[in-house]
Ligand binder design. Structure first.
Ligand code: CP
Ligand code: NVA
Length: 305
């Protein structure tokens, strides 16, 4: 059976630790690894993008290249998918050619169908419901800053979206408390909360609140994401509902003095995060972006053995 990575809940706690440790090792020894290419020689990873991307596209393509394999980037628009070919047939055919499939698409059900029909590993490069590769990079960033993940308090403020879901799942799996503050009507999907609770290890928990300051209190990190995600309708009403959940220096002052600010990017400075926090001394946002590359390599090694 091919191993997949659709939500992050597929990993055991020890596999998560190994992937993060390997990512840290790959980061520290990037040149050495480049010299030892070969493990992935003759391996092709299909990377299907049905939605725009900067970081995920670059980190996935460079990760496969640096591992010694061939990244085949496919735009959904140029595939027969755009003319109605089924995900099932796409899975069956791609499994005959490639060694793994990464996909960014809209509905999470699409990724689940792809994984069910493929005989090679499938990994999720973002759906409207989950973004687990991003959360792996976020955990590596927290581990670098604090030395450990167990017992950390991560506050997430804003729209309860795909990034929130993956932070809850992988954060709980790593033994962290993920405190999510959203206005009424913007809470994370109950299925994502249930999934996070089902994989939580000792100390791992999800807290849901309407109060951003309560979530941020004594936090080790405060995270936010855009108020309007890909596939969402742009709406002034939504932005106004979320305004009190902006990540700004006033909110940072409720966290520990050592706390870091996180954002998966792309950001809208002075909307969901103020520019002074995004580019300030407590920001770890660009480390997060870099870490997408290192965790992507470790994940590919894990999935492809
Ligand atoms: N954070 C993230 O997934 O960025 P992209 O949409 O640019 O890939
Ligand atoms: N929540 C955002 C994340 C982008 C990386 C979106 O889905 O558009």
């Amino acid at each position: 059976m091919a191993q997949h990575f659709l939500t992050g809940a597929e990993l055991t706690p020890s596999e998560l630790s190994s992937v993060l440790a390997r990512a840290a090792d790959l980061k520290a020894n990037r040149a050495e690894l480049a010299a030892s290419r070969g493990k992935f020689a003759a391996k092709t990873v299909a990377l299907i993008f049905e939605r725009p991307s900067t970081r995920t596209r670059m980190s996935s393509e460079i990760a496969v290249h640096e591992l010694g394999g061939h990244p085949m980037v496919l735009s959904g628009e140029t595939m027969q998918l755009s003319r109605g070919e089924s995900i099932k047939d796409t899975a069956l055919v791609t499994s005959r050619f490639a060694h793994a499939i990464g996909i960014r698409t809209g509905s999470h059900a699409t990724v689940e169908t792809l994984a069910a029909e493929a005989s090679i590993p499938v990994f999720n490069l973002l759906t409207e419901e989950h973004h687990p590769c991003q959360a792996l990079a976020d955990l590596l960033t927290l581990q670098e800053r604090f030395g450990t993940l167990e017992g950390l308090r991560l506050a997430y403020v804003g729209d309860g979206n795909n990034v929130t879901a993956s932070l809850m799942v992988l954060g709980a799996l790593a033994g962290m408390t993920v405190a999510v503050a959203t206005p009424d009507g913007y809470a994370p999907a109950p299925t994502a909360v249930e999934l996070a609770e089902s994989v939580a290890t000792a100390g791992g928990a999800v807290e849901l609140t309407g109060d951003a300051q309560q979530a941020a209190a004594e936090a080790d990190a405060i995270y936010t994401d855009v108020w309007v995600s890909m596939g969402d309708a742009d709406s002034e009403a939504k932005k106004s509902d979320l305004f009190a959940y902006q990540l700004n220096s006033a909110l940072m002052s409720h966290a520990k003095p050592t706390a870091i600010a996180l954002h998966c990017l792309p950001a809208h400075p002075d909307e969901e995060i103020t520019a002074d926090v995004l580019y300030g001394q407590q920001s770890a946002v660009f480390d997060q972006a870099e870490n997408r590359l290192h965790v992507q390599k470790a994940l590919l090694e894990h999935l492809l053995g």
